[in-house]
Design a protein. Structure first.
Length: 263
């Protein structure tokens, strides 16, 4: 008798489960079918767009290499046209690299104001790589050093002078130069002294800092204004980037970003 009751109970439970499943299917069958269909479509769509993105990156990489070859071969106009096309039409990474090349070309042509504007535009570009944006900020600030006041240089360089910033050492050097030129010797020391004891600072940069520190000491013990200005000019000249190359060249934005783009 007990076995019959157990069997009957199991049949009732099974029937209840079937009824529940039937109701769930009636209610959600459309959604279930849609999910089953859409998941494979989503995967296929992702793979399609990813393959197109990779193809575009590879094509842009080839175009960028070709533009560099034109530049190396002194074919200035053709190289600039090629870089401009990449800047206008290429993927974000290579587009930013091409804009750096165009800014450097403006600088070589003596169009400093236009070069600064180009660097500033890249530094403010929302989709650009942070490494390249920091590089552009450093370049623009270095080119403004001869004419800008201390406040402007501070505004330009403080955002990229943090410990984790890729060009923090060069940014701090330039901040020290600007403070020295403004006669703010305590401010200058704040930026420069840590660079002298940092084992990761390049030797060339430390040598420039030593020149600045000597100038500060001379000014504070009553050195002539001419000597102070000469020391600042010498250090500033050494600190200023040459056509797109910052003072601490231990980090290369072109190589790093190109490698990242190709990934």
């Amino acid at each position: 008798m007990a076995d019959q009751q157990d069997s009957l109970l199991r049949e009732v439970e099974e029937e209840i489960r079937r009824e529940r499943m039937a109701k769930l299917w009636q209610r959600y069958s459309g959604l279930i079918v849609a999910v089953v269909v859409l998941i494979p479509l989503a995967v296929m769509g992702y793979k399609f767009f990813e393959s197109r993105r990779l193809a575009a990156e590879q094509a842009a990489g080839a175009d960028y290499s070709a533009a560099e070859t034109l530049s190396d071969n002194k074919k200035k106009e053709e190289a600039e046209a090629a870089f401009k096309k990449i800047a206008d039409e290429g993927p974000a990474g290579y587009g930013s690299l091409a804009r750096l090349q165009l800014a450097a070309a403006l600088l070589k042509d003596g169009k400093t104001a236009d070069a600064i504007a180009a660097y500033d535009a890249l530094a403010k570009e929302s989709g650009a790589d942070n490494l390249l944006k920091s590089f552009a900020q450093l370049q623009a600030a270095s080119l403004r050093m001869p004419d800008a006041d201390y406040a402007e240089i501070q505004n330009r360089l403080t955002p990229i002078a943090g410990d984790d910033a890729p060009f923090s050492k060069s940014a701090r050097e330039l901040l020290g130069v600007a403070a020295y030129k403004a006669g703010k010797f305590d401010e200058a020391r704040k930026y420069l002294e840590p660079l002298l004891i940092d084992p990761n600072v390049p030797e060339a940069l430390q040598e420039r800092v030593k020149i600045l520190m000597t100038g500060i000491a001379a000014a504070e013990v009553g050195g002539s204004t001419k000597a102070s200005d000469a020391g600042a000019a010498k250090a500033s000249t050494g600190s200023t980037a040459d056509a797109g190359k910052p003072a601490d060249a231990d980090a290369s934005p072109k190589a790093d970003a190109a490698a990242e783009t190709k990934k």
